[in-house]
Design a protein around this ligand. Structure first.
Ligand SMILES: Nc1nc2c(c(=O)[nH]1)N[C@H]1C(S)=C(S)[C@@H](COP(=O)(O)O)O[C@H]1N2
Ligand SMILES: [Mo]
Length: 410
């Protein structure tokens, strides 16, 4: 599947009046304005299907966010990498990052329904209850959820470039074990027409309002190929019912794709015979900048990254140390990781175990007191190696360059 080709075709169809784009003007799409304001919750407008309306006093995130585990940015919370040093392969829920456009809705699983409708279905609309879903054949996968903007702050701190959006370091990623029902199972039971092309999951959280414009509920279409390939409708995370902040009762998990594809608090699936657009595949989650076409380049697949399991500006004792970290790629497994502690030479890191998503690694280090810049660079199974710099894009997505991690040895 060539995603770039797919997107160009879809865009051409839209411009020819053959695709639909709710909440988006034709002019808006033509301009694909990159202006991103600050999101404001619109009193529970999107939470009408089984969701409770947001209360004014509701915090944006419900789970505790202790300062040793998270850095909080408004409605979002970033995992501190030092908090992963003592964990295993999976990221426990208590330290898994949260990215909310508005806030975590409180949803009653008994009242919840999944509505499946649209021109891509053979018959009429279908509704599933939570019980129905839990009785369908289940599947369990290990997959990452990673924000497209993970690493965004390094466009500014390493490349001196201006970007808009949350100033994440590298902690807008988590890997979990997800149990649920394959989206393909649900779609096939609902009855697909041969003409179906897109599936759009819609969230039950409040509408996203930005720059005074209500963009409606958080939603983003998936090409049918991807939807049928490996997408899960998850109701468990790491062996427990999905926590409220991560999409209870049901979320989408789209392996290897940017986090926005993995819609939380799923309420609807629109199956369409025409290509679909939403602000989340036009205004946002495209690469805009001199290196890209004027209408931007759609972002779907994640890039290659590496991070040390250390505090930012860590202070370490001189003498025997073991550096640890993880590397990952949206293209598949990691083939090789190299680490530099002196700014010049690279040494191969030793892999710790193996798994389907990220690769854990370590490297012994015997530093003398002083200031150091640590670097890790990974090469994935497709041969892509993290570069020194990446081309600028205004929204700061896909920062896949080598990150320079400052450390002081005392
Ligand atoms: N309904 C809904 N789904 C959503 C979002 C949201 O705000 N609302 N945020 C998306 C983004 S941008 C990311 S990166 C992931 C974050 O998932 P997490 O909060 O479970 O880590 O959820 C995605 N799904
Ligand atoms: Mo995201």
């Amino acid at each position: 599947m060539d995603e770039a080709q797919y997107d160009r075709t879809r865009l051409a169809q839209f411009l020819a009046g053959e695709a639909r784009a709710d909440g988006l003007s034709r002019r808006g799409l033509m301009r694909l304005s990159a202006a991103v304001g600050v999101g404001v919750a619109a009193g529970g407008a999107g939470a009408s299907v089984g969701g409770a309306p947001a209360r004014a006093a509701d915090p944006p995130i419900l789970k505790p966010l202790p300062a040793e585990l998270f850095t909080v940015f408004g409605t979002n919370a970033e995992t501190r990498w030092e908090a992963l040093r003592d964990t295993g392969y999976l990221v426990p829920v208590d330290r898994f990052f949260v990215r909310n456009h508005t806030l975590t809705p409180r949803i009653d699983a008994d009242a919840w329904r999944l509505r499946i409708s649209g021109s891509g279905l053979r018959g009429g609309p279908v509704e599933l209850t939570y019980r129905d879903l839990r009785h369908l054949p289940s599947d369990t996968i290990t997959a990452a959820v990673e924000c497209a903007g993970n690493g965004r702050s390094f466009f500014t701190s390493q490349q001196g470039q201006t970007v808009s959006g949350t100033a994440w370091k590298l902690g807008a990623i988590g890997v979990a074990r997800w149990k649920g029902v394959r989206l393909s199972t649900v779609l096939k039971r609902a009855g697909l027409r041969r003409a179906a092309v897109d599936v759009q999951p819609v969230g039950l959280d409040p509408d996203f309002v930005t720059g005074g414009v209500n963009l409606g509920p958080v939603r983003r279409p998936l090409p049918l190929d991807k939807a049928l390939h490996d997408v899960l409708l998850a109701y468990e995370m790491n062996g427990e019912p999905l926590p409220p902040d991560h999409g209870f009762p049901v979320r989408v998990v789209v392996p290897n794709w940017i986090g926005i594809a993995s819609i939380k608090w799923l309420g609807q699936l629109e199956v369409s015979a025409e290509p679909l657009f939403s602000p989340w595949n036009t205004q946002f989650y495209r690469l805009f900048g001199p290196a890209y076409p004027t209408d931007g380049e759609l972002v779907s697949r994640q890039t290659v990254k590496s991070a040390f399991e250390l505090p930012w500006e860590a202070s370490l004792a001189a003498g025997r140390q073991v550096l640890r970290g993880r590397s990952w790629s949206g293209n598949g497994r990691i083939r090789r990781v190299e680490v530099s502690t002196d700014g010049r030479t690279w040494r191969p890191a030793r892999p710790i175990g193996h798994g389907p998503v990220w690769q854990r690694w370590e490297l012994p280090w015997h530093p003398a007191p002083g200031a150091y810049t640590l670097r890790a660079r990974a090469t994935d199974v497709t041969g892509v190696t993290q570069p020194e710099t990446v081309p600028h894009n205004t929204l700061g997505y896909l920062f896949g360059a080598i990150v320079r991690h400052p450390v002081t040895v005392v």
